[in-house]
Design a protein around this ligand. Structure first.
Ligand SMILES: [Mn+2]
Length: 326
């Protein structure tokens, strides 16, 4: 998989035209959002030493170890180029209220929802935005050079979005990107160790989470995590990432959903939907969500909708099983 030369040329020429570049990504950032943001900042700084590159947005708890965001002022946006990473939806950009009439670049690997940038580099075959940025570097024919620090950030993004190369989004191109990052001294050991680390609360929470797994017909599993459960056990919403894939380890499970009650909401949930085969993106978009065919997110406003979502998953799985038995 290669990134079109013309897109890379346009990217470099846009970056070249601006003295100040502000890099955004989605709210509730994961390692791909932060890794690609800090990685791209390092790439631009390394290749264009006279430019000011700022990273915007809040860092959630549990991901501070990866790096720091910059303090960005409103006036910094004057005559700045804005680059948005890892989100197909303008609404989901952390700090989008500050982006006014700026020239915009989007780099993303999600299914396209809307067009909001002057230059959009989108490749849904990429496991992660970090993989896509790595391919841009590889395909830049020496115009973009990677530092070991940038390679390490991008490695973290790829490891995050592939679930350490377990998810089906892991491809030959993923490993080619990783090989390239390793050849540029990505510190894989440090990243792997940090991404595997849990607090005692988080480790104990795995046992609580396992107890919350409910099984439904056609290989659907669901898990509900209430705010009170998290608070009592000293777990943040980010801390629940470590249990997202637990139901999928069950042999009989094809698709699963984790409902996480939103803070101060009393019964509204963020749903993380995952799959080993059936396309669950079609379910997610019916519930104010989106993402990928095998991993999506959705928003649930009451218990009725929660039940509806599980019912939709049962249907999608039934169709998948029927198609498979043909
Ligand atoms: Mn991503």
């Amino acid at each position: 998989m290669t990134v079109k030369q013309s897109l890379i040329e346009k990217f470099i020429s846009l970056v070249d035209q601006y003295d100040r570049i502000i890099i955004h990504r989605h709210i509730n950032p994961d390692p791909d959002a932060i890794g690609s943001q800090l990685g791209l900042k390092a790439i631009i700084e390394n290749n264009f030493p006279d430019k000011t590159v700022l990273t915007a947005g809040k860092l959630g708890k549990g991901i501070e170890w990866l790096g720091r965001m910059d303090t960005v002022e409103r006036r910094d946006y004057e005559d700045a180029l804005v680059i948005v990473l890892d989100t197909p939806i303008f609404e989901r950009i952390d700090g989008n209220d500050r982006i006014q009439n700026n020239a915009l670049i989007k780099i993303d690997h999600h299914l396209v929802v809307e067009h909001f940038a002057d230059l959009e580099i989108v490749e849904i075959a990429s496991s992660s935005t970090a993989e896509l940025i790595t391919k841009m570097v590889i395909n830049s024919q020496g115009q973009l050079i990677l530092s070991p620090q940038a390679a390490t950030y991008l490695y973290a993004g790829i490891v995050g979005d592939t679930g350490r190369f377990l998810h089906s989004n892991t491809s030959q191109a993923t490993f080619e990107a990783v090989a390239y990052l390793m050849s540029h001294q990505a510190d894989n050991t440090q990243i792997n160790r940090k991404m595997n680390e849990l607090s005692l609360n988080e480790l104990k929470f795995q046992s609580f989470a396992i107890d919350q797994i409910e099984l439904f017909e056609n290989g659907v599993a669901a898990m509900t995590l209430k705010q009170v459960d998290l608070i009592q056990r000293g777990i943040t919403v980010d801390g629940t990432n470590a249990v997202t894939n637990l139901p999928g380890r069950l042999k009989e499970v094809l698709t699963w959903v984790i409902f996480i009650e939103k803070e101060d909401s009393h019964g509204e949930y963020r749903a993380r939907i995952r799959s080993k085969g059936p396309n669950i993106h079609q379910v997610a978009i019916q519930f104010n969500g989106g993402g990928h065919e095998m991993a999506s997110g959705a928003n649930i406003y009451d218990d009725e909708e929660k039940k509806d979502l599980v019912d939709q998953m049962i249907k999608v799985n039934a169709q998948f099983l029927k198609d498979q038995s043909k």
